[in-house]
Design a protein around this ligand. Structure first.
Ligand SMILES: O=C(O)CCC(=O)C(=O)O
Ligand SMILES: [Fe+2]
Length: 280
């Protein structure tokens, strides 16, 4: 059943759809947080009804998640045996995730109602102050849900994209804190401090406990981050919204196959036409 939109996003607290001082103040606060920390959170962006609707929708499609496993370093690069063994580029961790592709979410369903709600894209763009800003045109990837199970699926890494927009839907029973070292590679790679983060001895790591309904904007290209290991049978659900710097972009066929286990004709028609934008 279709929910009225006002039931999903807490527009009373966060009037992102209406110009005015409340919206201006929210955007200013988020910009400040992003400048200082590379990270901003809008607590309880969803209402209780919104959280319930998105959780039910995620439960219905969670078995459609495509699992992928890899062994990666924080930079997603190949091993380089010419570097010393303790170099952070040589520290590899198991990574696993299950992405439920975007075409599992119906236009009238709650996740897309949030995504398509009045002012949503413009609000995100203003917060990030990006001039070229388009929804990813990939029908498998414009908005997805990551289903994560017990274990350590999200080890330390830098994102390859400039920013990530996520919406927490359900937490695992325990664990799953979002840990990040703000701006650790602003200026230069700062390998020494990165090594300390990987060893668990850095004092620069901040811990965020995101709750269902929290919206997060994160500049993960500069801030090393991970999701702490998950404990318990309940899966963690996070929606990921993707925006890119050019219109009409879709994923490369090989990468799409890896993340979603399938491709669509559009991935092959557009292959090689443009630089790619990856979710991770
Ligand atoms: O699931 C999350 O909260 C963030 C995961 C992450 O870092 C990523 O997808 O790059
Ligand atoms: Fe990330």
């Amino acid at each position: 059943m279709q929910q009225p939109l006002s039931d999903l996003i807490d527009h009373a607290r966060y009037p992102i759809h209406r110009a005015g001082p409340a919206r201006d103040a929210l955007i200013e606060r988020i910009r400040d947080d992003l400048a200082r920390d590379g990270c901003a959170v809008v607590k309880s962006f969803l209402t209780e009804e919104g959280i319930a609707a998105l959780t039910q929708e995620a439960d219905r499609v969670s078995d459609k998640g495509h699992r992928s496993f890899s062994r990666t370093n924080a930079y997603f690069t190949q091993d380089d045996p010419s570097l010393p063994e303790n170099d952070p580029r040589r520290q590899f961790f198991d990574r696993s995730n299950a992405f439920v592709a975007a075409d599992n979410f119906a236009p009238e369903g709650p996740l897309r109602q949030v995504h398509d709600s009045a002012g949503f894209d413009g609000f995100i763009q203003e917060c990030l102050q990006e001039t070229a800003f388009y929804r990813y045109a990939d029908p498998l990837a414009d908005v997805i849900v990551n289903v994560a199970e017990e274990g350590n699926g999200f080890p330390w890494h830098f994102d390859t994209n400039n920013f990530t927009v996520t919406l927490a839907i359900q937490n695992a029973e325990e664990g799953g804190a979002f840990e990040y070292a703000p701006h650790i590679r602003r200026g230069d790679e700062n390998f020494e401090e990165v090594s300390r983060v990987l060893d668990g001895t850095s004092e620069r790591v901040k811990t965020l406990h995101l709750e269902p309904g929290d919206l997060q904007l994160f500049r993960g290209r500069y801030s090393l981050h991970r999701v702490a290991p998950l404990v318990g049978a309940r899966p963690r659900y996070v929606a990921i919204f993707s925006y890119v710097g050019e219109p009409d972009m879709v994923g490369a066929p090989e990468r799409t196959e890896q993340l979603y286990g399938r491709t669509l004709p559009i991935h092959h028609e557009r292959a090689g036409q443009r630089a790619d934008a990856y979710i991770d």
